[in-house]
Design a protein around this ligand. Structure first.
Ligand code: HEM
Length: 428
């Protein structure tokens, strides 16, 4: 059977950072794909072709089958041909993964590594850190109230609070946070002259590779020291768990050790910032909703779950087929690359009544923003807890809340959300 090919405008939109920034037009293209070609190939000049998976049911089926839909073979985040070649040249065994973390692993390594920290991230254990999270939430609220009735919530509040929480529970002291942020930007912004290590225009792959090696070496050195410290002095943090863990009877190799710290350090902040800012935006737009949730007794779970669906901070992940598979009426061939588009799945009309309405009262919110299956987000309970605690601490302290200008979204195909959310508020 011939592979169905998507219209050029749909293919172009799903790889275009500006489309994720603009958002409404992207939703129109994705709605068209769900209705007419829910599993079809996107062809673009700079990228290898990939299947665009837009339906909730198909993403679940793929997530359920990690043996055949792998994460270790090709990039797990959309990468153009040049970027993939560059990453392959820069990595051991040409595997193309600058970081080897849980996200880039398949069986049997994936489960072995995931189990090292999985119980730490379960709700029962998270109770231990609840008071620390509340402390950071209160500090974020005090900071916001000190800004005098107007602020950019995305930049002034949402960007900092989850970062502080994750660094604290990971075990990175507050004074090292700027260094962690800088290294993360140097890693992900290696081709951007404003962000990369040497602040230069990149003219060759070799130049970029050399720079990335230094960035990764810096990360590894930092985490090597943290590891040595936690082997000597255990604390109630994730660094202690990772540093003292064993894999196949030995210590975790350096590359995987740094990868573990890096995934925990990076996966947990912009994502939770995005869903938190999204919740505040909807409350600022709707006074009745705000009045309901600022009541200290109001149950916040529906609001939080809906804000996560509504914002879908992680907009996609990629998988690669390890075998021929029939799915969603199509035959995926071994070696094919697939984009699991969570933005689309979270607006799927087959799953959600009135998917384009923000509705905290959905009876059973089947949002799939945390992914599904073997790689389902390890930090999902932490993310919900952080959001709940911030809402509990912030909303009763406000008498009014409204938008003070136009919100703006980040232009990114991977992690999205609001980069600007001007609000006006009165303290209670
Ligand atoms: C609203 C906030 C968040 C969203 C939307 C989100 C989304 C996701 C998604 C979609 C995946 C699946 C990856 C895949 O399929 O390959 C994932 C994995 C992961 N997330 Fe989150 N995440 C959030 C917050 C967090 C937080 C707070 C942490 C804390 C450490 C975290 C840690 C991780 C880790 C370690 C993985 C890898 C799991 C694995 O591959 O086994 N995330 N996340």
């Amino acid at each position: 059977m011939k592979k169905p090919i998507l219209p050029g405008e749909v293919s172009a939109a799903v790889v275009d950072p500006a489309a994720y920034g603009e958002w409404d037009g992207l939703h129109e293209q994705l709605a068209w794909a769900r209705a007419n070609a829910p599993l079809a190939v996107a062809e673009n000049p700079d990228h290898d072709p990939f299947w665009l998976v837009t339906r909730h049911a198909d993403i679940m089926a793929i997530g359920r089958d990690p043996q055949r839909f792998a994460s270790a073979i090709r990039p797990t985040v959309l990468t153009n041909r040049e970027g993939e070649a560059l990453a392959r040249a820069a990595t051991p065994g040409n595997d193309g993964h600058l970081i080897r973390s849980l996200v880039q692993m398949d069986a049997p390594d994936h489960m072995k590594y995931r189990l090292l920290t999985q119980s730490w991230f379960m709700p029962k254990n998270l109770k231990i850190v609840e008071e620390r999270v509340r402390h950071h939430a209160r500090a974020a609220v005090e900071h916001m109230l000190s800004l005098g009735g107007e602020c950019d919530f995305a930049r002034d509040v949402a960007a900092h609070y989850p970062l502080r929480v994750i660094m604290d529970i990971l075990g990175v002291p507050a004074e090292d946070e700027p260094r962690m942020l800088m290294l993360t930007q140097q890693l992900f912004g290696s081709t951007d002259p404003e962000l990369n290590r040497n602040k230069v225009e990149i003219t060759s792959a070799e130049q970029a590779i050399a720079m990335l090696h230094y960035v990764i070496a810096d990360f590894e050195n930092y985490f090597r020291e943290l590891t040595a410290d936690r082997r000597a002095n255990s604390r109630e943090d994730i660094a202690t768990v990772i540093a003292n863990a064993t894999i196949d009877g030995g210590q975790i190799p350096d590359r995987e050790l740094a990868g573990y710290y890096m995934i925990v350090a990076t996966a947990g902040h912009d994502t939770t910032s995005a869903s938190t800012a999204g919740a505040i935006m909807e409350l600022a737009k709707n006074p009745a909703l705000f009045a309901r949730f600022r009541d200290a007794e109001a149950e916040k779970a529906g609001l939080i779950e809906e804000a996560i669906r509504w914002t879908t901070p992680v907009q996609h992940f990629m998988r690669s087929a390890k075998a021929d598979v029939d799915i969603g009426g199509q035959t995926i061939r071994e070696g094919d690359w697939l984009m699991l588009n969570y933005v689309s799945a979270n607006r799927d009309e087959a799953i959600f009544d009135n998917p384009f309405a923000f509705d905290p009262d959905r009876a059973k919110n089947q949002q799939i923003a945390f992914g599904f299956g073997a790689h389902v987000c390890l930090g999902q309970h932490l993310a919900r807890m952080e959001m709940r605690i911030l809402m509990e601490e912030l909303l009763p302290r406000l008498k009014s809340l409204e938008l003070a200008g136009d919100p703006a979204r980040v232009e990114s195909v991977f992690v999205g959300g609001l980069k600007r959310l001007p609000i006006r508020f009165e303290a209670a």
